[in-house]
Write a protein that binds this ligand. Sequence first.
Ligand code: HEC
Ligand code: HEC
Length: 335
Amino acid sequence: MTSKTLIAIVATTAALTGIVESSAGPRNDEPIQPIQAAVVKDPARVELGRKLFFDPRLSRSGFISCNSCHNLSLGGSDNLRTSVGHHWQKGPINSPTVLNSSMNVAQFWDGRARDLKDQAGGPISNPGEMASSHQLAVDVLKSIPGYVTEFTAAFGTPGIDIDRVTTAIAAFEETLVTPASRFDRWLGGDDAALTSQELRGYELFKNSGCVACHHGAAVGGTTFQKMGLVEAYRTDNAAIGRAAVTGDDADRFSFKVPTLRNVELTYPYFHDGAAETLESAVEIMGRVQLGRQYSDQEVADIVAFLKTLTGKQPDVGLPILPPSSNETPRPLPFD
Ligand code: HEC
Ligand code: HEC
């Protein structure tokens, strides 16, 4: 056989294998759907939002930005049990990831913000987080010539107010999606994208009922559910969950089901950040939500599956921020 013929045979086999693989087609009947790549509708607003997300001058200390607690180098979270805010204050609750957060039914663990725009004003004026005020944050931005120009370009008319600030931040956050995970490639019909252990883990995740709460493109984020459905969950964290919004005692200890996309990156887990490893989070979920005691092997299988949900991280780059002017209110770190 000449080498040319050999190459031809290899090429044909490869082509045939390709046909066999793709003939299975996309898996459309699964409870999890693939994440779609971001469609940038308004590049100028997204770019402005990217700058604001990284700008510590939105905080009173001039030291804390959105990225401090939603670090885009760390899966959009801070990997701390609870966040650290102004003056090293210990935050009351674990910081959820901002990745894929546009898919959430509402924002925050208790859903008290309707959407990303509604949410973005919160941390700026929260005394335990960025500890500024909307007025001060807007005054700071108005004093920075580079921002004055960019707001005009992004919104068509001159002017900076908190509504525009939060609109731009939300536009940026909408681009923070993570498509192309190995699991999504498998959903698309690529059998080779998952190992047999990962597939076993996915089957167990489905069959034991995790998908009742963790489903959809974000594998969560669609409903509020009680933490400790079958067995009480013990914590010293004071959060009461959804009841803080509805005032209904039946919603006590209901939390927004977190997304499991990129969950490998967003440790520690749960609203109190008490589960340090994915293994322990899975073991606890099985027990308190489903009344199941998984074997070590079963936990390992589910964890292997969960790690296939890590997608392509958004390529945001580090923005270079416009400099302050002589008129810019100076940071007030010590009051
Ligand atoms: C000091 C840390 C800290 C800073 C700074 C901070 N956040 Fe957060 N963020 C949190 C914590 C903690 C929560 C959860 C609070 C809760 O649910 O009660 C949260 C929740 C969120 C959520 C909701 C996600 C979800 O799944 O519900 C979004 C979106 C978000 N922050 C975006 C931002 C933006 C935008 C900024 C900057 C304007 C910002 N954060 C600044 C700590 C922080
Ligand atoms: C009845 C609804 C429900 C079921 C069933 C359920 N979960 Fe959860 N899951 C939740 C809620 C609610 C939270 C957040 C709880 C909290 O933070 O207090 C959560 C949190 C998690 C977390 C932590 C995510 C994070 O970012 O903090 C993981 C991991 C997880 N679940 C995996 C699973 C697995 C695996 C199963 C199946 C064994 C499962 N869940 C079954 C509702 C559910």
